[in-house]
Design a protein around this ligand. Structure first.
Ligand SMILES: Nc1ncnc2c1ncn2[C@@H]1O[C@H](COP(=O)(O)OP(=O)(O)OP(=O)(O)O)[C@@H](O)[C@H]1O
Ligand SMILES: [Mg+2]
Length: 502
């Protein structure tokens, strides 16, 4: 049965046509996947279909009635947004029920009862937290699951819309989520699912709609399509899936030498990085890869060990020192650590180089815009203009701003922490090419942390596997996937010389 139909939806933002004359129909008991490059308009569509945004043109009917006129119909649509938006300072139970909760005669909420009601839900969804815990103290993947539970508990919904729900989930949590989604579907509810992870689309989807530049470009039943079809529709061109991105100009010169470094989540780690090399770090979530790099960068403490950069001792524990000496860490959590969301693209690009852009006693606007324009064009950043607030750029373009910005700090070592999280296939390849170019043309040493095995295997000259904060294997590119996989789940590499750091 058709529960929702949208016809000729158009949504405009200053300088952007986010949705252009879009039609879509959602049926109950069906999993409908929506895909498209970053900025294609997926989230905007979902926000129109859930009543968050009012489209500039077009009509939406739910159960055959006009939702534009009867806005209460949007209550039939449960929605899990792309960003986590829970109240960190409130408890899990409060976050689950509060917006809908009645207060008692004294104006207070019965916390005990709330906690009791939360318990079975947490159990059903296998979320391993207590109802009275504060949301800010629980792991991101649990937060993401809580958001999903919250969307489903409080209203009598017919459609569940999930906007990239798996970006912060571990593999196990994703499996769990998919079970939950299938159960919900079995109760004849409609599911709309957005993801950049194409293997998830193939696993879960029954029908697929593809968007490009705000337009709906294709719609098919899942069994009728393959990977090549999806990529071609999404990007408008065929893409070579076998392209590799190793640096072909690795030198013998050791750039970074890490000796027996130990911190809270990792023990006795030693490795070397050469000029022009791309070194991959793989492992499960929680293996200590980010913590290790953050400790070298100075953001987290290191308890012991030493580091040399260009043969000279490198001071640990001071981020300013690291940036000044060209060791730059590009964080995984762009929103929290990477961008300044309320500032413009220009300000986000120029902030680390303001001292260089100063003339006499003030910032030279001319130099500032020259730098901004140079970065926008060099990194092919899609933005209507440099004054746009960066929070309105799509994820991939925010990432490119962060990379572009770090270039003005004269990097020698660049650490990319999950650089393609939430990024579409086309832009992924662009970012890989960028890393390769930086390594080959500027001799920068690149450290790539990634949970996506395909990604490290395509880009890294060498791969180090971490397990529980220890190096479990080191592999040259072209190594068999099975051997790397066994190292990341804690099976020590065999004697094939995998441990030699040279
Ligand atoms: N609130 C806003 N104000 C201005 N522009 C916006 C706003 N929200 C989205 N846009 C713009 O509309 C276009 C579509 O964005 P949208 O977030 O829908 O893309 P998306 O397909 O969800 O991308 P991603 O995969 O990166 O999440 C983009 O060009 C984006 O910059
Ligand atoms: Mg989106």
């Amino acid at each position: 049965m058709k529960v929702l139909e949208a016809k000729k939806i158009t949504k405009l933002f200053p300088g952007v046509v986010a949705l252009d004359d879009v039609d879509i129909s959602i049926y109950s008991g069906e999993i409908h996947c929506i895909i498209g490059e970053n900025g294609a308009g997926k989230s905007t569509l979902i926000k129109c279909l859930t009543g968050v945004y009012k489209p500039d043109a077009g009509e939406i009917t739910i159960n055959g009635k006009d939702a534009g006129k009867e806005r209460s119909l949007f209550r039939r649509v449960a929605y899990v947004p792309q960003e986590i938006n829970l109240f960190g300072h409130m408890t899990v139970a409060e976050n689950l029920f509060l917006p809908y909760e009645k207060t008692g005669v004294n104006g207070l909420i019965n916390q005990k009862e709330l906690n009791q009601r939360a318990l079975p839900l947490l159990k059903d969804f296998a979320i391993n937290v207590e109802p009275e815990m504060l949301v800010r103290d629980i792991p991101v993947s649990a937060q993401q699951l809580i958001q999903i539970v919250r969307a489903t508990v409080c209203q009598d919904y017919q459609i569940l819309m999930l906007d990239e729900p798996t970006t912060s989930l571990t593999t196990e949590d994703t499996v769990l989520l998919f079970d939950i989604i299938r159960k919900i579907k079995a109760t004849n509810k409609a599911i709309v699912f957005i993801s950049h992870k194409l293997e998830e689309i193939f696993e879960l989807g029954e029908v697929i709609t593809v968007f490009r530049n705000g337009k709906r470009v294709a719609h098919e039943r899942m069994p009728n399509v393959d990977l090549a079809w999806v990529i071609t529709k999404m990007t408008g061109r065929a893409m070579n899936q076998d392209e590799t991105f190793y640096s072909e100009k690795v030198t013998d010169e050791v750039l970074l030498e890490v000796n027996h470094v130990t911190g809270a989540c990792f023990t006795d780690v030693s490795f070397k990085l050469r000029k022009g090399e791309i070194l991959g770090f793989t492992g499960l979530v929680g293996a200590g890869r980010s913590e290790l790099m953050q400790a070298i960068f100075g953001y987290l403490p290191a308890y012991g060990g030493s580091v040399k950069l260009n043969g000279k001792p490198f001071k640990l524990g001071e981020t300013n020192y690291s940036v000044r000496h060209g060791f730059i860490y590009l964080p995984e959590d762009r929103k929290k650590m990477g961008i300044l969301p309320m500032l413009s693209v220009r300000e986000n690009i120029t902030i680390p180089s303001l001292s260089k852009l100063t003339r006499y006693f003030s910032i030279s606007r001319k130099r500032e815009s020259a730098l901004t324009e140079a970065v926008i064009s060099a990194y092919n950043i899609k933005t209507p203009d440099a004054e746009k607030k960066i929070q309105f750029l799509s994820g991939g373009n925010q990432q490119k701003v962060i990379i572009g910005r770090s270039m003005s700090c004269d990097p020698q070592v660049l650490v990319f922490d999950e650089p393609t999280k939430g990024i579409d296939v086309g832009t992924k390849a662009e970012i890989y090419r960028l890393m390769k170019k930086l390594a080959e043309e500027k001799g920068i040493g690149i450290i790539l942390i990634s949970s996506e095995m395909e990604e490290v295997m395509k880009c890294a000259n060498r791969i180090i596997a971490l397990y529980h904060g220890e190096i479990y294997g080191e592999f040259a590119c072209g190594e068999k996937k099975e051997r790397i996989l066994s190292a990341i789940i804690g099976v020590q590499a065999d004697s094939k010389g995998s441990y030699a750091h040279d």
